[in-house]
Design a protein around this ligand. Structure first.
Ligand code: 13P
Ligand code: SF4
Length: 327
């Protein structure tokens, strides 16, 4: 008997859930994962929410359907648990934009500065960091640092510029890194999308290349400020649940559209750049997840001295800001 493609997906999802139960493993999926992965996960969320769950879970194993730095963060927080990722090659262009060696050299140029690193960094970079942040609590993290304290913010220049604007601080130095997916959500693309949907609300992830343009349009009367929202992916979901608008233009990786449409089937969600798919997030497939649970790989390890050096920066991050907050 041949199975329809849908039955095959369903069968794989059921087998994955059974294997996870047998291993006492919790399956975490980032909001950018493929829909069939999101639908079977125990928890779907943004980086901050998933880090908190990884820190608190009483499961023996964490299976991270996301990218490598997320699984590393889970391992840093829960060193006694086994942490897996279905494909260890699922990296991140943003995390690759600064190395520990580069950060050490930058710190040497600014002795005494506080280092704030986005969670999209390697464990080695976190080990050189004072406090990590995610897109949902970056502003609160910086506000928690005394106003006269010089800050090195890395690696995302667009998130960093948003934090500079939101806090009004002029003592934040930015590392000029970027995520290639979000950088490609451009000011031109945003203007075209807004021209096609002038009545829409805008949900913009602060990693986007169009973030500054969106705020410029809002402050110069080119687009209503009350319809311009800078949000993490978790913040987008919260905003969608209470939104009364018919159309929302979404500027972030397209995987989030699945959760948004599930949360609000009555709302039209349109991607500002429909090509904005993260190749690393999409490396996590049902086949690889099944294999991961059957064979116990790829297991993620962080050298104990690196994990120990990185832990307080990550713990400070998860203590600040509410899950899914954003603006
Ligand atoms: P969130 O902080 O919304 O999870 O987005 C981070 C991101 O870009 C993950 O790759
Ligand atoms: Fe990294 Fe960008 Fe992919 Fe997020 S969307 S995992 S920041 S490359």
């Amino acid at each position: 008997m041949t199975h329809s493609p849908t039955a095959t997906i369903h069968d794989q999802q059921e087998e994955i859930k059974k294997l996870a139960q047998r291993r006492n493993a919790v399956i975490l999926a980032h909001n950018y994962q493929l829909p069939e992965i999101q639908d079977l996960a125990d928890y779907v969320g943004d980086s901050l929410a998933l880090s908190r769950i990884a820190a608190e879970t009483d499961a023996d194993e964490v299976v991270f359907c996301g990218v490598h730095f997320m699984a590393e963060t889970a391992k840093i927080l829960s060193p006694n648990k086994r942490v897996f990722i279905p494909d260890a090659k699922a990296g991140c262009s943003l995390a690759d934009s600064i190395s520990a060696e580069q950060l050490r050299a930058w710190k040497a140029e600014h002795p005494g500065a506080v280092v704030v690193s986005y969670v999209n960094t390697t464990a080695e970079v976190k080990a050189e960091t004072d406090i990590c942040c995610t897109s949902s609590n970056a502003v609160e993290v910086v506000q928690s640092i005394p106003a006269d304290q010089e800050i090195l913010f890395c690696p995302d220049q667009f998130l960093g510029a948003h934090v500079q604007r939101a806090t009004g601080r002029n003592n934040i130095h930015l590392w000029l890194g970027e995520c290639h997916v979000h950088a490609d959500i451009s000011p031109t693309g945003l203007k075209e999308a807004v021209a096609q949907h002038p009545e829409a609300d805008l949900f913009i992830h602060p990693e986007c290349g169009c973030t500054t343009s969106a705020l410029w349009m809002a402050s110069h009367g080119d687009f209503p400020a009350e319809r311009t929202h800078i949000l993490s992916t978790g913040g987008m979901l919260e905003a969608a649940r209470t939104s009364t608008t018919a159309t929302v233009l979404v500027a972030t990786e397209v995987g989030i559209l699945h959760q948004l449409r599930k949360a609000r089937p009555d709302t039209q969600f349109a991607a500002v750049n429909p090509e904005a798919a993260c190749p690393y997030m999409q490396m996590i497939t049902l086949d690889k997840l099944l294999n991961c649970l059957r064979e116990g790989k790829d297991e993620v390890d962080v050298e104990p001295h690196i994990a120990d050096a990185a832990r307080s920066a990550v713990e400070r991050m998860i203590a600040i800001g509410q899950p899914g907050g954003g603006e």
